[in-house]
Structures are given as C-alpha cells and as structure tokens.
Design a binder for this molecule. Structure first.
Ligand SMILES: NC(=O)C1=CN([C@@H]2O[C@H](COP(=O)(O)OP(=O)(O)OC[C@H]3O[C@@H](n4cnc5c(N)ncnc54)[C@H](OP(=O)(O)O)[C@@H]3O)[C@@H](O)[C@H]2O)C=CC1
Ligand SMILES: Cc1cn([C@H]2C[C@H](O)[C@@H](COP(=O)(O)OP(=O)(O)O[C@H]3O[C@@H](C)C(=O)[C@@H](O)[C@H]3O)O2)c(=O)[nH]c1=O
Ligand SMILES: [Mg+2]
Length: 306
C-alpha cells in the first residue's frame, strides 16, 4: 500500500505519519513539497501533477487553512485551500482509482439545539472557515472518488498552536481570564484521530461499502470554559507558573467575547456511525487532554529528580 500524506507538519499530519507507518509506504509532504513534488494546496496544477507522478493508493489530506478568525478577511486563501484543493485531490484520486481521506469540522453546523449532530443533519456554517470546509466536503462527494471524510472537533496536540497551548501561555501571563461558556463540544486529540483513521482505512481497503462521511470526536462534552478550567487546574498541580486563581477564570457568553468569526453554540458530534461501522470506541476527551498535558509538562517543566 502506498500512501501520500499532505500537511505532514500539522497537528494531525504529524500523528498520521506515526499511525500510518505500519500500514505501508508513506510519503509525507509539507507545504514546501520535496524535490520537484509540490504539495502547496494553493497550486492546483502542481498538486495534480504530484498525485499523477506518485500514483498512491491512498491520498490523505491533513492540510487545511485553520485560522478561523483570519479566514473572515482571507476568504480567497481559505477557499483555495479548504474548498478548491480537495476538489483537485478528489478528481486526481478518481482518475487513478485511489482512496481519498479528508478531514472536516463541527463548524459546518449552525450550532442550534443541543442534540449531537449526525452525519446527515442539515449543515449551516456560521463563518467563512466553516463554509469553505463544507464546500471541500461537497467537492469530494460530487467527484465520485472513493473517499472517507472525517468530521472532527476542537483538535489539539502537544505540539503546534491550539487551545491548550494558548491557555497555558495565558495562565502564565495574566491574572485573570474570560472564557466562553456557551459553546459545547469535545476536544479531540490528533493522536486519537490518527489512530482511528488508520483503523478505518484498513477496513475500507477490504470493505468498499464503508466509504463516506463520519463524525470522529472524543466522547463527553465541554465548553471552552470548562476545558480551560481543566487545563489550568492540571497546570497548577504540575507546577506550571500559573498566575491566576481558579476564581479568576470567568465564564462569559459568546456575545461578551467578541471575535471576527461567529462560532456554533452546539458543536457536539454523534459518533455512532463511525463506532458501529469500524468497531471503535471513542474515549472521554479528558483522557487525551491529560496525556497531551503530561507530555507538555514533561518536556517543558524542570524534572524534580533530574
Ligand atoms: N484544528 C482544529 O481545531 C480542527 C481541525 N479540523 C480539521 O482537521 C484537519 C487537520 O487540522 P490540524 O492538524 O489541526 O491543522 P494545523 O493547522 O495544525 O495543520 C494544517 C497543516 O496544513 C498546512 N497547510 C496550510 N496551508 C497549506 C497550503 N497552502 N499547502 C499545503 N499545506 C498547507 C499547514 O502547513 P504549515 O505547517 O506550513 O503551516 C499545516 O501543516 C484540517 O482539515 C482541519 O480543517 C477539524 C476540526 C477542528
Ligand atoms: C483565547 C480565548 C478564546 N476564547 C474562545 C474563543 C472561541 O469561542 C473559543 C476557542 O477559540 P480558538 O480560537 O482557540 O478556537 P477555534 O479556532 O475557534 O477552534 C476551532 O478551530 C477550527 C480549525 C475547528 O475546526 C474547530 O473544531 C475548532 O477547534 O474560545 C475565550 O473565550 N477566551 C480566550 O481567552
Ligand atoms: Mg484557532
């Protein structure tokens, strides 16, 4: 099996390099590409040529434009990367008979209600990022290529930029913090997504009918506020230089915390389809978050018995 991974340096791409390694040979490209192989998602012709040259059995697209607020003012860039490029990948995958694995987001939904979203529920993105991701999904579905689209939420990892790292930084810099308490979802680790992807791919290779759209997220729910509290309490316990008391982390409404992009109140994803199709069990979000926190603390705090 030959894999081509795009976005190999992102949170998820990095973990996919690990999780896919035992399944076959893997070429992982970053935005800069390699030799004469371009993997820049804003360059459709070069991207198509890369896929034709390598002719992988499976293309995994972990690259995306993920700056949610910035997307509001960089629509064209977000559109090129999140909507147009997946269309190119899909038509190239189709012409070589390959499987395309792609990721999408809870932000394709409008956030109404409080029931976890199922795959067939109506979408209604509230921001540019969500709209471009939804267009990417549609381009893949309409191409007729074999595909797996995995919608996930609130992704973090021990490395790169994410909500955990932001909270750890702010906890050390500030004496108080306001955090939104009316947006609900599940923080999902890049490790979990990568491992579940590898397991799902294995089954897709043997059972063609398992192609399609799936929700992949940790179980349980949080708000950004309860998530922040969890992170900062763990940080304090581990000896991170936290400047704020627990009372100084304050829950606020989305209306009180102004951002360029509007975000959904209800980002809960129902993962029943993924779990039953692939025989998987999504662990509680705290398990992966605690693991990532431990990794960060072990690398960045002086070790007591060193
Ligand atoms: N982050 C999140 O909270 C969530 C993410 N998702 C989805 O999961 C997937 C993985 O996201 P995640 O790993 O968190 O994202 P990251 O932002 O960590 O990584 C995205 C990767 O895409 C690369 N990239 C950006 N622009 C281009 C381009 N023009 N050409 C080639 N590569 C490019 C980045 O390159 P570089 O390293 O050079 O910046 C980076 O390596 C995406 O599809 C995302 O939409 C879904 C839900 C939540
Ligand atoms: C930094 C900060 C953020 N917030 C809020 C803003 C927002 O509602 C929420 C999360 O902010 P962030 O900017 O970290 O998260 P955001 O970039 O919106 O995260 C999203 O990224 C994309 C890529 C996805 O696909 C989504 O699943 C989701 O993970 O927390 C606070 O309330 N207080 C703060 O101090
Ligand atoms: Mg962000």
């Amino acid at each position: 099996m030959h894999f081509l991974l795009l976005g190999g340096e992102g949170q998820l791409g990095w973990e996919l390099r690990r999780a896919l390694a035992p399944l076959g040979t893997l070429i992982a490209l970053t935005r800069r590409g390699e030799r004469d192989l371009s993997a820049d998602l804003t360059q459709p012709n070069a991207l198509a040529a890369t896929i034709r040259d390598l002719a992988p059995n499976i293309v995994i697209n972990a690259a995306a434009y993920t700056a949610v607020d910035r997307a509001e003012s960089e629509r064209e860039q977000a559109y090129a990367i999140n909507a147009a490029a997946p269309g190119v990948l899909a038509s190239e995958a189709k012409s070589i008979g390959g499987l395309l694995v792609h990721y999408s987001t809870d932000y394709v939904f409008d956030g109404s209600g409080d029931r976890p979203w199922q795959e067939d529920d109506p979408t209604g993105p509230l921001n540019v990022y969500g709209r471009t991701k939804l267009e990417g999904e549609r381009a893949i579905q309409e191409s007729g290529c074999r595909h797996l689209i995995l919608r996930t939420s609130w992704v973090y990892a021990a490395r790169r930029k994410n909500f955990i790292r932001t909270m750890l930084r702010l906890a050390a810099e500030r004496e108080s913090l306001q955090v939104v308490d009316d947006q609900y979802g599940a923080p999902t680790g890049a490790e979990l997504i990568a491992d579940a992807t590898a397991l799902a791919i294995r089954q897709c290779l043997t059972q063609q009918q398992e192609d399609g759209l799936y929700h992949l997220a940790a179980s349980g729910e949080a708000t950004w506020f309860t998530y922040a509290q969890h992170i900062i309490r763990a940080a304090r316990d581990a000896g991170w230089p936290v400047r704020m008391s627990d009372d100084a982390i304050r829950p606020v409404s989305s209306d009180a915390f102004q951002t360029a992009a509007k975000r959904p109140h209800n980002s809960r994803l129902d993962t029943t389809r993924l779990e039953s199709t692939f025989g998987l069990n999504m662990p509680d979000w705290r398990i992966g978050v605690d693991r990532a926190l431990n990794e960060i603390f072990a690398c960045e705090l002086p070790q007591k018995d060193a």
